[in-house]
Design a protein around this ligand. Structure first.
Ligand code: HH2
Length: 281
């Protein structure tokens, strides 16, 4: 499996790939406000690349429960200087975490090469899917129950693994109907997006079912609240080892991509689990 990036570069998924998280937001739950200038953000991206990140995932709108929406122009004002500098200085793929087609289009023009859409192409109706089809770039389709403002209000499923997987398969189908190539679609169960602790754990225990669907799978557990609930680590920054445990589980299940804040522990967890898995097969 591989993702074809816009300018004929590829991201091979023959071993676990880490997307280093870079939030250009004042209010993200764990790294909000940490990179107030483009320069500090670019420096952090380089650090993550040196630590073993395979791509950088840039976001300018927090999706934490209850977060305020950010206008497209404001997202672009935060994103474009960082994308331009990074695209100029490195060939590492840049993924853009946005649900807005206007943001996606300008970010791709500036040097972004993957779109990470936590609304799975629903926020901007099918315009996002049409744009992705036109540009031929990869898209990450994530499951979310409801919207960030309300998603943690008593979420319910009949069978969380089957419900989330069926949603993702139907969005992947919609993307293909809009002209997106099957091999450019990544699916993501959306850990923490309208899910209780039990829902998150059931999804992590059922990752092999997502992998069996045949699309590359991305897992985003990094520093999330359920890890604090299990471990008692109150500060998100103290959840790196807990995150690495989920990365190991993901690699063992065949998950190809991981969106993480702490590159070093997750690189180690992914590489060790992958090496053991190769020995087994
Ligand atoms: N999680 C977050 C944001 N974007 N994208 C994908 N594909 N999968 C995820 O699990 C995911 C995501 C939330 O985490 P973070 O960016 O750290 O926080 P915030 O949304 O507060 O900026």
């Amino acid at each position: 499996m591989q993702l074809t990036l816009t300018d004929d570069r590829v991201l091979k998924l023959d071993r676990p790939r880490l997307l280093g998280i870079l939030n250009l937001t004042p209010d993200s739950f764990s790294d909000g406000g940490m990179y107030p200038s483009a320069q500090s953000a670019v420096l952090h991206a380089h650090q993550m690349i040196d630590d073993g990140a395979d791509a950088i995932d840039l976001g300018a709108e927090s999706t934490r429960p209850g977060a305020a929406r950010i206008e497209a122009d404001e997202q672009l004002a935060r994103l474009l200087p960082v994308i331009e500098q990074l695209a100029d200085q490195t060939r590492v793929p840049i993924s853009i975490d946005t649900t807005r087609v206007k943001v996606a289009e300008a970010a791709l023009d500036a040097g972004g090469s993957i779109i990470n859409d936590v609304s799975a192409g629903r926020d901007d109706k099918d315009d996002m899917l049409r744009l992705i089809a036109e540009r031929g770039c990869p898209i990450i389709l994530m499951h979310m129950l409801g919207e960030p403002a309300t998603m943690q209000n008593d979420p319910r499923y009949d069978n969380v693994v089957a419900d989330v997987l069926n949603f993702l398969l139907s969005r992947a189908e919609a993307a293909q109907q809009a002209g997106v190539k099957r091999q450019q679609i990544v699916i993501d169960p959306g850990i923490g997006f309208g899910k209780t602790l039990d829902h998150n754990l059931a999804l992590l225990a059922g990752l092999d079912e997502f992998v069996a669907a045949g699309y590359p799978v991305l897992l985003g557990t990094s520093r999330k609240g359920f890890l604090g609930t299990i471990t008692g680590a109150r500060q998100p920054a103290d959840r790196a080892a807990a995150t690495a445990a989920t990365t190991a589980i993901g690699v063992a299940a065949g998950v190809q991509m991981f969106r993480v804040h702490d590159v070093v522990p997750n690189r180690q967890a992914a590489d060790v689990t992958f090496a053991i898995g190769r020995h087994r097969s």
